[in-house]
Ligand binder design. Structure first.
Ligand code: GDP
Ligand code: GDP
Length: 429
């Protein structure tokens, strides 16, 4: 965190290793550049550029800075205040430092733009912030960044192995603000007389709900933090992004809510892709169906529109629901429980190879410049998410359309509804 122009986003990119522009697979979708995982010393941490929404103009500036601080204190394990050696300490730096000191979160102070030894003497004045030793870095050249990361990572809380185990599946209910997440969760909790317990989640202040729904147990990962009040719209979006990341990361199955009136918008696509990237089970619940004027084709049209925006995710079930009127909420729960089972499924090697033989007989892999691209055998070494490894010679030449064909045939045979599956092609010599 810190005021604008000190180099936060440059430093963020350094730390998260996302200097390369992230190009999204879907047109019109730019990936969020303010929240990324970074790995250092073998441990992964979620890094956030909380300055992302602070306007550079005076407009709402103070409010946004305050939001930034509150967010860091509520949501983060460590706060890093970034300052600028070229401008020296500004009043606002000291003010942020004071606000941060009132919280319970450890705070480190980086002085950026210390590009070479010539700037080293500038660092001394930053002791006045009262945050201990200022850490000199140059986000642009990378100077000092490794030392900074060592310090940050050494302050990460020790992993809490005491967290009581929660009944699986762990379910994340995610979606844009106002799509109806709370209403959906309330529809489940309200209908059900057997909420087992509220347990502390792994996120600060989060309360997860263990649910027994018509005899089936599962855990709803808390996303109540989304309800948090905010005065800056960009900040709300940011909270949503962070909470979504955390919940999706923890979950077995993600219920992605979208608003039936809007269809699938770019932000929805991003959430679905996060779940897909993480190999999580996915169900898309098209909420507020009660508000849509329908004829007999509306549902089919909407589903086709969604599929055209996310053609690679046609395996994801879509359910038209109304959280408010409790329409098909139960069906959504059944679906997510089914997806959890599918995601754990393992197919035996002999069975897989019988299918492979059949598939290759019907449609042999196209050879490449006379090379034989027949697949020797296939195994499923992992589940959650399922991984299939195909052993063959010249694996690098197998055409992408044939890989898609193999996935399609696997799904036809074994389902894996709502579950991303991974296919790997390995060299057999
Ligand atoms: P933010 O507003 O705090 O996110 O700042 P930016 O990352 O956008 O950087 C603001 C300006 O400072 C840009 O022109 C950067 O190129 C420049 N900058 C960032 N880091 C460094 C650095 O380590 N050294 C120097 N000389 N300039 C930097
Ligand atoms: P969240 O921000 O995603 O948690 O959304 P909320 O659950 O707070 O819902 C936002 C607004 O949409 C509230 O006014 C809800 O009453 C309304 N809402 C949620 N689900 C439905 C639904 O299925 N039908 C209708 N008509 N309104 C809904």
């Amino acid at each position: 965190m810190g005021r604008p122009n000190v180099g936060k986003s440059t430093l963020f990119n350094r730390i998260s290793g996302t200097r390369k522009a992230i190009t999204a697979p879907e047109p019109g979708v730019t990936r969020d550049r303010h929240v990324e995982y970074a790995e250092w010393n073998g441990r992964r941490a979620l890094v956030m550029d909380t300055g992302g929404w602070v306007p550079k103009s005076a407009d709402l500036f103070e409010t946004a800075i305050r939001e930034q601080v509150e967010f860091a204190l509520d949501e983060c394990d460590i706060a890093l205040l970034v300052t600028d050696a070229q401008t020296g300490t500004a009043d606002i730096d000291l003010e942020i430092a004071r606000m941060l000191q009132r919280g319970k979160v450890p705070v480190l102070l980086a002085v950026n733009k210390v590009d070479g030894p010539k700037q080293d003497p500038e660092v001394g004045e930053f002791y006045s912030a009262g945050l201990g030793d200022p850490i000199p870095v140059s986000a642009i050249s990378g100077r000092g960044v490794a030392e900074l990361m060592d310090l940050l990572w050494s302050r990460l809380p020790t992993l809490d192995t005491e967290t009581p185990s929660r009944p699986r599946p762990l379910v994340a209910v995610v979606g844009r603000p106002n799509v109806g997440k709370s209403s959906f969760v309330n529809a489940i909790l309200g209908e059900n007389r057997h909420i087992v317990t509220d347990v502390a989640g792994t996120t600060r202040d989060a309360i997860d709900s263990e649910v027994a729904y018509y005899g089936q147990r599962f855990t709803l990962i808390d996303t109540a933090g989304l309800r948090r009040r905010t005065r800056v719209e960009e900040a709300l979006e940011f909270y949503t992004t962070v909470r979504t990341r955390k919940a999706v990361d923890e979950c077995d199955v993600a219920v992605v809510l979208i608003d039936a009136r809007d269809g699938l918008v770019a932000q929805d696509v991003r959430i679905v892709q996060e779940a897909e990237d993480g190999g999580k089970g996915i169900v898309i619940a098209i909420n507020k169906w009660d508000l849509v004027e329908k004829d007999s084709h509306t549902a089919i049209r909407l589903e086709a529109e969604i599929d055209s925006k996310l053609p690679s995710l046609s395996y994801v079930p879509k359910i038209f629901i109304s959280s408010l009127e409790r329409q098909r909420v139960h069906k959504t729960v059944e679906q997510l429980l089914k997806i959890h089972e599918e995601r754990q499924k393992r197919i035996s090697t002999p069975e897989l190879n019988r299918l492979l033989e059949l598939v290759m007989e019907e449609n042999p892999p196209p050879s490449h410049k006379g090379r034989d691209l027949r697949i020797h055998y296939v195994t499923q070494p992992a589940s959650e998410p399922p991984l299939f490894v195909f052993w063959m010679r010249h694996a690098e030449f197998l055409a992408p359309h044939y890989k898609r064909y193999l996935e399609r045939r696997l799904r036809e045979q074994y389902g894996f509804t709502g579950v991303p599956i991974r296919l790997a092609f390995r060299q057999k010599t």
